[in-house]
Write a protein that binds this ligand. Structure first.
Ligand SMILES: NC(=O)c1ccc[n+]([C@@H]2O[C@H](COP(=O)([O-])OP(=O)(O)OC[C@H]3O[C@@H](n4cnc5c(N)ncnc54)[C@H](OP(=O)(O)O)[C@@H]3O)[C@@H](O)[C@H]2O)c1
Length: 350
């Protein structure tokens, strides 16, 4: 289907999405990554109103956890909320968070990865990767796979008719706006290339970095879903639409450009609550929909085809290359990671 046309996109932005239909989440544990502001916070409030047995939020600091727990409690009256700290720009923090969660929690029914950064400024993390790629993609991959055994165990205890454990990764329509260049596609190691200072200093590379990270979300979830086919886990990506949040806090614009942006946001941005609806829908919609969601990109509460590049031969080849690279990277980061991969992933059909 490719990039949505401008008229279609802007019209959709104006129309309200259907209200979230409440589900009974009793007995369920919901984990939200990036829950202190924006779409994650609004999604957390929706989940809280559905009274899960536990709502777990992961934020960058204890203070942010405490403030968020209080905000959700005040807004919804729900109090079975636990905060965990995690810094997604540090692999050891992600590993520690996953270990703590697995040790302290009995089940994991819904895992939502909403955290992200949008920046055009190059920063290299202590692990050696471009920061937004590490936060938006690599940590999402690492965490999702480290928590897979917990979700698999949860699936064993779910009734056959109950919704299966779900992984919802928040991607974006921005992924339609990026086509990786030939030099990246033919490079020996894509993750290293995307973190290389010389490469990232080339004109235009960091301008579309956020868009690229959202394309990598799509690749990861599609490959994961394919390798988990036949398993009880459902994985999908979500596009919440363009929403007014803190996401652009690192993007510096001034003068006329700032005014244009403000005007555009005022006219077309959804509220964070509206944007959170597709996320929550993906996480809790009825079990008869599950097959249709698995491995797919959801926008405005329906399955949409991903970008032309994502569905091209080159796109699928890049997806598989990234998967292999990711396995190599994380096998060095956590011994448990490799064990999980060997245990749970079948090779997809070529
Ligand atoms: N807003 C939009 O228009 C839009 C459109 C399409 C897709 N999305 C996607 O929606 C998701 C949520 O975005 P949003 O708009 O709600 O953005 P946001 O308001 O900026 O929220 C981002 C969240 O990510 C967390 N985060 C960032 N870096 C982190 C780190 N190193 N460790 C732990 N947490 C970290 C932030 O925590 P801190 O507060 O501590 O930084 C915050 O909770 C993202 O995946 C984004 O790509 C947004």
């Amino acid at each position: 289907m490719g990039k949505p046309n401008q008229l279609h996109f802007h019209t959709k932005q104006w129309y309200p999405l259907p209200e979230v239909e409440p589900r009974d989440l009793s007995g369920k544990t919901v984990v939200l990554i990036g829950a202190n502001v924006g779409l994650g916070l609004e999604a957390a409030k929706h989940f809280a109103r559905m009274q899960p047995t536990k709502l777990i939020i992961a934020c960058r600091s204890i203070q942010k956890c405490e403030d968020t727990v209080e905000e959700i409690r005040t807004a919804t009256g729900f109090s079975k909320i636990t905060g965990y700290t995690v810094d997604l720009s540090v692999f050891s923090s992600v590993v520690e968070f996953a270990e703590n969660l697995e040790r302290e929690q009995e089940r994991l029914d819904i895992l939502v990865y909403s955290a992200a950064v949008a920046t055009q400024i190059y920063n290299r993390t202590g692990d050696g990767y471009e920061q937004s790629m590490q936060v938006n993609d690599l940590s999402c991959m690492l965490l999702s796979i480290l928590l897979l055994p917990c979700m698999m165990e949860t699936a064993k205890t779910s009734a056959m008719t109950a919704p299966r454990p779900r992984l919802v990764v928040v991607s974006s329509g921005a992924h339609f706006l990026v086509t990786p260049s030939q030099d990246v596609l033919s490079s020996e190691n894509v993750l290293e290339k995307y973190s290389d200072l010389d490469y990232c200093s080339q004109p235009g590379v960091m301008t579309i970095r956020y868009h690229l990270t959202k394309l990598l979300n799509v690749f990861f979830v599609r490959e994961l879903a394919e390798r988990l086919s036949g398993s009880p886990i459902i994985a999908c990506t979500v596009n919440p639409g363009y929403c007014k949040t803190m996401l652009s806090r690192n993007v510096r614009v001034s003068g006329l450009a700032a005014l244009r942006w403000w005007l555009y946001a005022t006219l077309f941005a959804r509220t964070a609550e509206m944007g959170s609806r597709t996320i929550v829908w993906a996480a809790v919609s009825e079990s008869h929909r599950e097959k249709a969601l698995h491995g797919h990109f959801l926008s405005d509460m329906e399955v949409r085809e991903e970008s032309d590049f994502a569905v091209s031969k080159e796109g699928f080849a890049m997806q598989k290359k990234l998967w292999d690279e990711m396995i190599q990277v994380f096998s060095q980061v956590s011994p448990r990671f490799k064990e999980i991969v060997d245990r749970y992933f079948s090779s997809p059909q070529e």
